[in-house]
Write a protein that binds this ligand. Structure first.
Ligand SMILES: [Fe+2]
Ligand SMILES: [Fe+2]
Length: 412
């Protein structure tokens, strides 16, 4: 079946295949800046046609990293990217009959001050690409092939009448101008435009979720970046409790752990705070001594809310310390498991966590930027600046590792 035929089937059967319980388009937010950006797009006249030879290296680079691994510009790689891009163009020329009113550009301050301002205000985004799809044009059904789950962020600058975009199996994405969606573009998706030029802004999210590539440096270069002289960053020792062994035994006895990838809708409010961070994509990776490699099975990470019946000692401790801690969640990380380097982006109202170690098996390591390795002992509570400091856990031991995560009482 050729791609045009495939595209027809995609749209003809959209009602039949739509399954909104699978979220391959996640709404992030809406920005009112779309009006100014739209004006900037309309004024701009240096767009690069998608079939043209004039694609700048920067444009090819931004397109190639949008949904893929982190990468740096380098001439050798740029050359290969350019070749790959030309191969793609040859295929598009056939599918689109050598005539496709689809344009791209990398927005610059001079022509797109509002776009640049938006990225300054939202520094989690990088590698912007603006697209312009001509009136009544199409983007035929396609998907982006690559390692793991591929996604990027896509903002509608305008939504011409009659324009629609769909992604498998979520269905038609109800875009309004200014809406930003996280699109899982390793699934079939397609666009039919309406009666005017349609502008979208594509962005890479630098720290999103657990799809972290190129973070081997975090552990391999720990000596280079470790700096424990600074206050108010990384890890700060807070307190230590003596009855940690009883607390640990309560965790060992407990059976009803909730897996980290459980849909936020299916867990209690207390847990949503933790599970909505984006664990659903968490790959199961182990540390082989100098890099993270895929491991078999599901990610061995679970959570529990300490209640009075199952965790009497922990519960008593929490009751006594109500004045300083709230929203307790116990985390269990299986033997050999890791938590990849990440920061808690998107939780600006909670800039730090308290983290009590209930056991710390030999071979288990925890590090946070810029402090470096944290010398956890059972019972230690550290204040962790998880919002600004990339952190990671490697449990290279034969035991489960249990930690109690606590929020501070004040939303500082
Ligand atoms: Fe696409
Ligand atoms: Fe974390």
């Amino acid at each position: 079946m050729d791609i045009v035929q495939e595209d027809k089937e995609f749209w003809n059967n959209v009602k039949d295949w739509t399954n909104p319980t699978v979220q391959h388009a996640k709404f992030l937010d809406n920005t009112p800046l779309h009006k100014e950006i739209y004006e900037e797009c309309q004024k701009y006249n240096k767009w690069t046609n998608i079939l043209s030879k004039d694609f700048s290296d920067e444009l090819i680079f931004n397109l190639s990293v949008l949904s893929g691994p982190d990468s740096v510009r380098d001439t050798e790689l740029d050359k290969r990217r350019r070749e790959a891009h030309h191969e793609l163009q040859e295929r598009w020329k056939i599918s689109y009959n050598n005539n496709w009113e689809y344009y791209h550009t990398v927005p610059k301050e001079k022509d797109f001050p509002t776009v640049i301002q938006y990225i300054k205000d939202n520094p989690q985004f990088s590698n912007p690409v603006l697209t312009k799809l001509g009136a009544n044009e199409k983007i035929l059904v396609h998907l982006h092939v690559g390692e793991k789950s591929q996604f990027y962020y896509n903002m509608a600058i305008n939504e011409p009448e009659g324009s629609k975009m769909a992604i498998y199996p979520t269905g038609i994405i109800p875009y309004n101008a200014g809406d930003m969606y996280r699109l899982y573009v390793n699934n079939n998706h397609a666009v039919i435009n309406g009666n005017q030029d349609r502008f979208h802004l594509m962005l890479k999210h630098k720290y999103d979720g657990y799809i972290v590539f190129g973070h081997y440096e975090f552990w391999n270069k720990i000596d280079e970046w470790t700096d424990n002289s600074q206050k108010g960053v990384g890890a700060e020792f807070h307190d230590s409790v003596s009855n940690h062994e009883e607390m640990y035994q309560e965790c060992v006895r407990y059976q009803d752990w909730i897996h980290a990838t459980t849909e936020p809708n299916n867990v209690s409010e207390d847990l949503v705070n933790i599970t909505k961070v984006g664990f659903e994509d968490a790959p199961n990776m182990k540390w082989d001594g100098d890099k993270f490699v895929s491991a078999d099975g599901i990610w061995p990470r679970w959570f529990a809310i300490p209640d009075k019946d199952n965790f009497p000692t922990i519960y008593k401790f929490l009751e006594k310390n109500k004045h300083q801690y709230r929203l307790p969640v116990i985390s269990k990380l299986g033997p050999g498991a890791t938590i990849l380097p990440h920061r808690h982006i998107g939780q600006t109202h909670i800039p730090f966590l308290y983290n009590m170690c209930l056991n710390f098996p030999e071979g288990c390591r925890f590090a946070i930027y810029p402090t470096g390795l944290v010398p956890y002992k059972a019972g230690d509570i550290y204040k962790l600046h998880v919002h600004t400091g990339v952190h990671s856990v490697i449990n290279n031991s034969t035991e489960d590792r249990f930690h109690l995560m606590l929020r501070g009482i004040k939303n500082v």
